[in-house]
Write a protein that binds this ligand. Sequence first.
Ligand code: DC
Length: 220
Amino acid sequence: MEKSKRIIITIDGPAGSGKTTVAKILAKKLNIAYLDTGAMYRGVALILGNLPKDFDKLEEILSSLKFDLVYNGEDFSLAMNNKILGDEIRSEEIGFVASKVAKEPFVRKYLTAQQREIAKKHSLVAEGRDMGTVVFKDADFKFFLTASAKIRAKRRFEQLREMGFDADYEKILKDIEKRDKQDSSREIAPLKPAEDALIIDTSNLNISEVVDMLLKSIKG
Ligand code: DC
């Protein structure tokens, strides 16, 4: 990629569509940074989880939160107030609180501003729910990955089993459907493809096939 011009590639889609894995590989192949915006909502949810009462203090807390990308010479990691966000934000519970927090207009406004600040400093593969529709409407390339809820639940089920966890397919499927509904039906920045996004159904594709499709579309 050209050094002088910053590029923005957006990948949106529901949980389990493969967007995180694809976004990371794509960013590496293009030698640019990867921004996981779901992790920002999860970071806010993590802080909220420690508060006794729901959203009361959220506005005040948000104003003291600063997100940035930290480079270790090999990879970019997302930091919240200079602390790298790790596995502590990855639980299903935090994901669900994140999805609730993400309905709050002032949270979206604040995180959108932070995402745009980060993009001033880096070329990005930005992954989330509203990257192509709201945050980076002028992105150079936009993709929307999807797959049936059943396939996404199966992927999550196998992933958990591989990690040695007990997993219940029916529960995972219900959770995925619940979160899809919450993310797609909210008033602000609902989960949907941008009009100019390339929509890819990953149900019958493996990760490298998806990455190849994206690369082909980018390189023309
Ligand atoms: O991608 P994820 O599962 O880590 O995201 C967690 C939640 O955050 C997701 O359910 C919806 C919300 N989210 C959002 O509303 N907008 C984004 N750009 C990214 C995530």
